[in-house]
Design a protein. Structure first.
Length: 255
């Protein structure tokens, strides 16, 4: 993705705490304002000046590029042992780096990688949960049918965060990520994930499923109309109605 403008001004004392890794960001603007080189030197003081310099040189690049770079630098210095240092860190950005370590690690099967990302997909912080699916999405795209089969099992989990991950990680268009062309062309492939969530009680999940279908409506509007009609007939509850309103918003806007 391209660099994201940092429009919000963060109070200097708070920004210093974010860069030291002692507090969590509370807004997207705070997430985007963290100085990765400063934070990396705090978390891994022994990582060396070359790694810090590499991070400094990329400071104006897009956030996903910098997240992946930080993870790669930590992996080069510490291997996967670095994951244990990061996974319970007080900084949401640092835990986000852990997500991308799961993404950059070599030699993992898709099932192993999803198992590793699972605690981060269930993190209490909104940012970490976003980094979790973004970090493994390239691997989901590379083995999509297997990923859909594995993530179908997440849709019945008691955690709404994990149920939402199954939907959000497979959106055909998504946000800040490459599109899944196979799902743009044939969204029905994802029904094993979508169908169990059609009446999910959590608005967090409902929004994701609605956004998934809204993505699909930009390429396959008739399929989305048909599916929403079917779901509305099968499940007349408020949850399904909310999902379908969100799913059809682009279609209705054009109409």
């Amino acid at each position: 993705m391209s660099a994201v403008p940092r429009v919000a001004v963060i109070e200097p004392a708070r920004l210093a705490l974010l860069n030291a890794g002692t507090i969590e960001a509370t807004t997207l603007s705070e997430c985007l304002s963290v100085n990765f080189a400063s934070l990396l030197s705090q978390v891994f003081p022994a990582i060396g000046p070359d790694a810090i310099l590499k991070m400094q040189r990329e400071e104006e690049e897009g956030i996903l590029r910098r997240m992946a770079l930080a993870a790669s630098l930590i992996f080069e210095h510490n291997g996967m042992a670095g994951l244990d240092i990061l996974r319970n860190h007080s900084s949401d950005t640092v835990r986000g780096w852990a997500c991308f370590m799961v993404g950059v690690a070599a030699g993992q099967t898709l099932a192993e990688r999803l198992a590793m990302i699972r605690p981060f997909a269930d993190d209490h912080h909104f940012g970490v949960r976003e980094w979790a699916w973004m970090a493994v999405r390239p691997h989901i795209a590379a083995d999509l049918d297997h990923a859909l089969a594995l993530l179908a099992g997440w849709t019945t989990d008691s955690s709404e965060r994990l149920r939402r991950f199954a939907s959000e990680a497979t959106r055909p268009r998504g946000v800040w990520c490459s599109h899944l062309r196979a799902l743009r062309q044939c969204p029905g492939k994802a029904l094993p994930v979508l169908q169990p969530l059609r009446a999910d009680p959590a608005p967090y999940v409902q929004d994701s499923v609605g956004n998934w279908l809204n993505d699909a409506s930009k390429d396959q509007p008739d399929w989305v109309r048909s599916l929403c009609a079917q779901w509305s007939a099968e499940s007349a509850g408020l949850a399904t109605a909310r999902i379908c309103r969100r799913a059809l918003r682009s279609i209705n806007r054009k109409g």
